[in-house]
Ligand binder design. Structure first.
Ligand code: ZN
Ligand code: ZN
Ligand code: FE
Length: 755
């Protein structure tokens, strides 16, 4: 007889790990115990050597679907001759990390019960088990047990309690366990928040939606606004009330088969749609999909998602039609999640509210992702994924809080080799979003027991996240340049720890020289990046205004290129154009920028695709849609000018593009040539960098790499040249990924200082 003490680390709590170990030990006839410890599951088992080996291998191989084993260690112990195998009470009191699982979509077992008229949880909108259900959005404090969740106010009935305490049951220690007798309840409220009769709330909501109404539906991390996705009038009305003019809206469909009626996608995209995180997946919309045109105007893609709460399943099965499910907010405000607040903020938008009485502890938007050339390219990492840790390529010498940027804000807490990357906080322009950032930071620090010694923020003095860092007393502060952080985010998620060439193309980021950077080639590693090359500086007439009005960037680039060609923009008054040209002549109110995003804007405006944008990158997205599937091999010229940093002279590009437009070359050809030119710029500069710096690893980051053509073609070109290429996959290439890069840079710098 031998005894082993086995320690399993990773995502092993709240995922049904102990009952699984219990069943496995019983099958092998082993004695001993299993229990939760801080951040780990501890097992002691006794049996013969061979059986113990097989048991250990099975723990790894057959772990529950949601478990992620990071490490399994064991050591011998003296045999004790226990009688049988038992699950011991937890010994978690320490402040050590407890890695909370994210919220998980309803599992197949629960789904079967949900629609089984003979099951006692038939149509129970809160059905869950150890393999599924809410986690992160209901947890108030660590460790994870019912008393510390928003389920604490629902005492279990005797039947649920028996299941909860039975190690053989699928709901053994499933903290959100409930049933119609003891669980939360649904309710339907009218536009003013008054209860609506005693009809079944789901059936009544379905009737209202069918008749073209707009409803607010309480989800896991906040409220959605819902309406029929096929009804153009309903969708347009939703846009009008929400003050959201053109940004695409997400659509929820009952299942993969329903998704296939709306979009074309492959098996990997189907797997993403059906993954337990249930993100919104951006896929290619079918030509004649039965979807309102106003869902994603001027866009070939559509964001689809599958139901993830039991309530979604009940709704979708009953209505049997795709529903717009967009975040419950007005314009760009944070999503509403607290009930009273939702009623107030969504009044005037929603005709009715489908709600329940299980509070949401923390706001958490849907995640958004897509596949680019066989690899995932996360757009927003949030519900279903946060707060899963990302493993760092090296250890944080001290606890670090990285604050991210201003837009698509997210923060990261680092300790040892883990980075806990937060859910999506959103743009920090609103006071409420700023407060949401501070609240979320406090929540994570409590939950994970981390108090940071170092705060890392962007170099931009006016970012709300920078102000948060400057106002917080105690920890050491460190500023990291925006594009270095983008580069490091990609390196960190791929575990790279060597010097690289980084191509960082985005909209705007504060540069070391005070200019607005955004078309950057960096060379170096975490602790030291050098600006190897950048796009030529051009003025941004009117500063921020030039971001909303691409025609301004078009005039700036045209003036720079010496082309006094005036595009025929009927929607831009001549007087406004003359005013901007005067600004440019005098160099007044015009910071300079090397932004790639602004170059896309300029090209889109000159080509007549778009002169004003309603949301970030809209012009570039429409230009990409034009170029997509256009067979055209041509490209525009550019020059590379030597200097302390190389400068990519974009004047020949702009001049040639304008000439094409003057000659009435088809817009999609112009768009395609422009994209090819950007790919060539990236390839050519990288090859020079590879030669001079002797590096062969390239990382591609920044929001421009959300562009499918640029991302996939740049990668292919560089690979063909023999370079190793990495793109952001699980962490967004946009500003949502900045925090991870800041964290990695701070960890590397702190390690250098301290060693
Ligand atoms: Zn389940
Ligand atoms: Zn019950
Ligand atoms: Fe950026």
């Amino acid at each position: 007889m031998e005894r082993r003490a086995i320690q399993v680390r990773g995502i092993v709590q709240g995922v049904g790990f102990r009952p699984f170990v219990h069943r496995l030990a019983a099958r092998y006839g082993l004695s001993g115990f299993v229990r939760n410890e801080a951040g780990a599951v501890a097992i002691e088992v006794e049996g013969d050597n061979q059986t113990l080996d097989r048991f250990q291998a099975d723990v790894r191989r057959h772990a529950p679907p949601l478990a992620q084993i990071e490490e399994l260690r064991w050591e011998p112990r003296p045999a004790r001759g226990d009688a049988g195998f038992r699950i011991e009470p937890s010994s978690i009191d320490s402040a050590e990390t407890i890695r909370h699982a994210p919220d998980i979509a309803v599992c197949d077992d629960c789904l079967r019960e949900l629609f089984d008229p003979f099951d006692r949880r038939y149509e129970h909108a809160f059905i869950s088990c150890t393999n599924c259900g809410p986690r992160f959005t209901i947890i108030k404090a660590a460790p994870y047990d019912r008393a510390r969740t928003t389920m604490a106010s629902f005492p279990m009935c005797p039947l649920c309690s028996a299941e909860y305490h039975d190690p053989a049951n699928r709901r053994y220690h499933a903290e959100p366990i409930s049933c119609p007798a003891c669980g939360p309840r649904l309710a339907l409220l009218d536009a003013l928040g008054a209860p609506l009769g005693d009809r079944d709330p789901v059936a009544a909501a379905v009737d209202a939606l069918r008749s073209g109404r707009i409803g607010a539906v309480k989800g896991l991390g906040g409220y959605h606004l819902a309406c029929l996705a096929s009804e153009d009038s309903a969708v347009r009305e939703l846009r009008r009330r929400k003050a959201r003019d053109e940004k695409p809206l997400a659509v929820m469909v009952a299942d993969i088969a329903a998704a296939r009626e709306l979009a074309v996608f492959d098996e990997r995209e189907a797997a993403l749609l059906a993954s337990p995180a249930r993100p919104i997946v951006v896929v290619r919309r079918r030509e004649r999909a039965p979807l309102a045109e106003s869902i994603s105007p001027a866009n070939r893609t559509v964001g689809l998602m599958l139901p993830y709460t039991p309530l979604h399943h009940l709704l979708l099965r009953s209505i049997a039609a795709p529903l717009v499910m967009t975040s419950g907010n007005r314009s760009d405000e944070p999503i509403a999640y607290a009930d009273a607040d939702a009623l107030e903020r969504l009044s005037g938008i929603a005709d009715f509210f489908l709600v329940h009485d299980r509070p949401i502890e923390i706001r958490c938007d849907d995640s958004v992702t897509r596949m680019l050339d066989g690899k995932e390219a996360t757009i927003r990492r949030s519900r279903g994924l946060a707060p899963l840790p990302i493993r760092l390529p090296f250890s944080c010498p001290r606890p670090i809080l990285a604050l991210g940027g201003q837009f698509k804000s997210a923060f990261a807490l680092g300790r040892n080799r883990s980075a806990i990357v937060s859910h999506h906080i959103g743009d920090l322009d609103h006071y409420e979003a700023e407060r949401s950032l501070a609240d979320a930071i406090a929540h994570y620090e409590r939950l994970f027991g981390i108090s940071p010694d170092i705060l890392v923020h962007d170099l931009h003095p006016d970012y709300s996240s920078t102000r948060y860092a400057l106002n917080r007393l105690g920890p050491t502060r460190m500023a990291v340049q925006h594009h270095a952080a983008h580069a490091a985010s990609c390196m960190a998620e791929h575990g790279l720890n060597q010097p690289v060439i980084a191509v960082v193309f985005d909209g705007t980021g504060y540069g070391l020289d005070g200019a607005v950077w955004g078309g950057e080639f960096l060379v170096g590693d975490y602790a030291s990046f050098r600006r190897f090359a950048h796009l030529r500086y051009v003025p941004m007439p009117g500063g921020e205004q030039a971001i909303k009005e691409p025609w301004r960037m078009a005039l700036a680039h045209l003036a720079d290129a010496g082309r006094l060609f005036s595009p025929s923009w009927s929607e831009v008054p001549q007087s406004a154009q003359r005013f901007v040209l005067r600004l440019l002549e005098r160099g007044f109110a015009a910071p300079v920028t090397s932004s790639a995003g602004r170059l896309f804007d300029a090209a889109a405006a000159i080509a007549g695709v778009r002169t004003r944008v309603g949301f970030e990158a809209q012009a570039a997205i429409e230009l990409e849609a034009m170029a997509c599937d256009t067979p055209e091999a041509g490209a525009y010229p550019f020059e590379i000018v030597p200097g302390a940093s190389l400068v990519v002279d974009t004047r020949p590009l702009i001049a040639a593009l304008a000439r094409d437009v003057e000659r009435n070359i088809e817009t999609r050809i112009v768009a395609r040539r422009f994209h090819t030119t950007i790919v060539e710029i990236i390839a050519e500069v990288c090859l020079i960098a590879a030669e001079t710096a002797g590096r062969d690893v390239v990382v591609l980051s920044g929001g421009v790499f959300m562009n499918a053509i640029i991302a996939t073609e740049a990668e292919a070109r560089l690979r063909a040249a023999g370079l190793r290429v990495f793109r952001n996959q699980v962490i967004p290439a946009n500003d949502g990924g900045l925090c991870l890069g800041q964290l990695a840079i701070a960890a590397a710098c702190a390690a250098t200082v301290e060693s």
